[in-house]
Design a protein around this ligand. Structure first.
Ligand SMILES: NC(=O)c1ccc[n+]([C@@H]2O[C@H](COP(=O)([O-])OP(=O)(O)OC[C@H]3O[C@@H](n4cnc5c(N)ncnc54)[C@H](OP(=O)(O)O)[C@@H]3O)[C@@H](O)[C@H]2O)c1
Length: 243
């Protein structure tokens, strides 16, 4: 896909992975509908970065745990840009706890943001795409789900469901819309735990002996956008951790 002049909606564009993906899209001339919830400053920084490159970019606030706000996000962005060609479902929360720590409230919170919002956004995205235009959806999943461990119980369930949902929508929306996923391994320390010794962690767990980076995930997103014979693929980008 020639990205110049196309429009991508990136959820959670104001920090970390979402920010790197948005920056990489802007560098390829892709117009940006930049979603944020609390990180207005980060999203505005990317908006200004894109505009300085001569690329149209706008920011939109939405709490994606609310179906009404999710629907309104697609509607406003679609009207402002004419239509959206690409949807990157990146926003997510990562709640700790094993199964026995997981209350109904935690399950609901996790599923609302990590699964229900992407499903709803994909449906709204597909509905707004004009006849005759190809669309591309990329879900940001997690390589964790390929290794079975009891931690982050609710989060892992949501990402396992995101993988399944990617395949189901790939079938349902073909041939006009492709639906793929990128499943990152360890890219960054947990938010608020920036003092974690990431190199020591990599030496212990990752065959390639280093952690990834937001830019590596952005490269994989661009790679998928450059393919026209790929749908229902989940790319694991984890330095071999899941082997
Ligand atoms: N970082 C990693 O190493 C790693 C590894 C594997 C998978 N992943 C996946 O990669 C994606 C990005 O990870 P990250 O570490 O960059 O994310 P992060 O730093 O945890 O940021 C979470 C993002 O989700 C958005 N968000 C949170 N609550 C929201 C709500 N109620 N409504 C709308 N947006 C909300 C945040 O927006 P605001 O800041 O604007 O509120 C933020 O952009 C996620 O899907 C994550 O599961 C990350």
């Amino acid at each position: 896909m020639d990205l110049a002049g196309k429009t991508a909606l990136v959820t959670g564009s104001g920090v970390r992975l979402g920010k790197a993906i948005s920056r990489a899209l802007a560098e390829r001339g892709c117009q940006l509908a930049l979603h944020y919830n609390a990180s207005a400053e980060g999203a505005e920084e990317i908006r200004e970065y894109a505009r300085a490159l001569g690329v149209k970019a706008e920011t939109y606030r939405a709490d994606l745990s609310s179906p009404d706000e999710a629907r309104a996000l697609i509607q406003s962005a679609s009207v402002n840009f004419g239509h959206l060609d690409i949807l990157i479902n990146n926003a997510a929360i990562y709640l700790p706890g094993k199964g026995m720590d997981t209350s109904a409230d935690i399950l609901e919170k996790q599923f609302r943001l990590n699964l229900f919002a992407p499903v709803l956004l994909i449906r709204e995205f597909a509905s707004q795409l004009p006849e005759g235009f190809p669309g591309k959806v990329i879900n940001i999943s997690d390589a964790k789900v390929f290794r079975h461990q009891p931690d982050h119980f609710a989060y892992r369930l949501t990402k396992a469901a995101v993988n399944e949902m990617t395949l189901m929508f790939a079938l349902e929306l073909a041939p006009r819309i492709t639906v793929n996923a990128v499943a990152p391994g360890v890219m960054l320390p947990l938010a608020g735990r920036e003092d974690t010794d990431m190199q020591a962690l990599a030496e212990r767990r990752i065959p390639l002996k280093r952690v990834g980076s937001p830019e590596i995930i952005a490269q994989n997103v661009l790679h998928i956008l450059d393919q026209d014979f790929m749908t229902g693929t989940i790319i694991r980008v984890d330095g071999g951790e899941g082997i």
